[in-house]
Design a protein around this ligand. Sequence first.
Ligand SMILES: Cc1cc2nc3c(=O)[nH]c(=O)nc-3n(C[C@H](O)[C@H](O)[C@H](O)COP(=O)(O)OP(=O)(O)OC[C@H]3O[C@@H](n4cnc5c(N)ncnc54)[C@H](O)[C@@H]3O)c2cc1C
Length: 385
Amino acid sequence: MAFLPFYVPGNKQLKIVIVGGGYAGIAAMTTLLRHMPEADITIVDPRSQHVKITHLHETFRYPLEDVLVPFSALERRFGCHHVCAELIPQESTLQQWQNDKRITLNDQTLEFDYLLIASGAAGKQVEPTENVIVLQDFMTSSGTEILNSRLDASDVDAQPISVIGGGATGIQFLFEIAHFLRRRKITSKLRLIDSGERVLKQFPEGFSSYTQTRMNDLGIDFHPDTLYRRQEGGEILLEEKESARQFALPSALSFLFLGKKPDNLLAANAFGQVLADHEPLQNIFTAGDCSSYHSYGSNTMTAQSAVRKGKLAARNILRHSGTLKFLEPYLHRDLGYVVNLGPTDAVGWLALEGNVVSGIPALVIKEVVAAQYDLLLTGIDTYLI
Ligand SMILES: Cc1cc2nc3c(=O)[nH]c(=O)nc-3n(C[C@H](O)[C@H](O)[C@H](O)COP(=O)(O)OP(=O)(O)OC[C@H]3O[C@@H](n4cnc5c(N)ncnc54)[C@H](O)[C@@H]3O)c2cc1C
């Protein structure tokens, strides 16, 4: 059993329910088991598989199965239980759960000593319409399957394809689609629509200039300061941000990557305990994209922060259950971020936001980070910070 500072275990075998088996939930589970191998852990998640979402855009090159880890496999590996259900935390129910130390799902009641809510953040809602593809579609079909089925079903070849959203997710998909079309010798023109004046605007300027040069090299059109209105039949309806002038362009398909909804986040104190009426609920913690910690640490919606918050929440659950009850504040600062630009290129920052890296060095960083998470999924924790 690994040593955990300020943790003097009590006698009890803890029952812990983790809502959401994504990056934060899995990081929490492996950390809990490292320090308390006999802990009784239940993961509540409506999916049947853990999805390595950070690799979803790569399914234009690899099978979807490569990014899925069935919860049944995690049950065998870690001895946890998976309950296939959805739990929506409401302000009013949180206090009730804290008092009762149990939750009810469908016809099942789960008792807990500690509850960890790590259910991620919802994407911005869009009306599902024909010829529109959203991130959710990639959870059940690979990029290759999605594009192939559209290409087979209609005369997409040679018609333009639109990608909406020049954030990290949109850009990673844009480049994978561009390379897919090249490999398949499909002559469709690719365009990117974004409401900002440059792509990757949450990152330093160097990200945008590098990425936009690569877009030019691949012949991708860029429409900055432009709002997506809708895709209708074979056209996309757009609006100029400044003038509100609307116009239509031919478009066989629209891929929408509009980002996540920053609302409905669970507020937490610096130790990861959920706040209800500004008071911490002692036995209910939160981590990952669904959480906003009131602390110096990073609240970015990234896998990096999700893993760090999940691990911290787990350590604090253990300490809270012990005799000292000395909890650790969340202080993690982002160490870097790398955006893939297709199979052979990437742009990112490392250590300091101004320290922009690109090409092979950026790809290597991405590979190392991915390998570290894959190791965690096998129970080997190599995270030093
Ligand atoms: C294409 C793409 C690439 C990305 N690349 C990077 C990257 O390179 N680096 C990086 O740091 N970040 C990246 N991110 C962001 C990163 O994936 C997220 O920040 C991370 O997944 C958040 O982890 P999480 O555990 O909070 O949520 P998630 O990983 O989204 O997991 C949430 C889990 O909760 C479950 N769930 C949802 N609602 C409920 C409910 N009501 N009840 C029970 N369970 C529920 C879901 O099924 C899911 O399993 C990328 C995101 C995308 C989409």
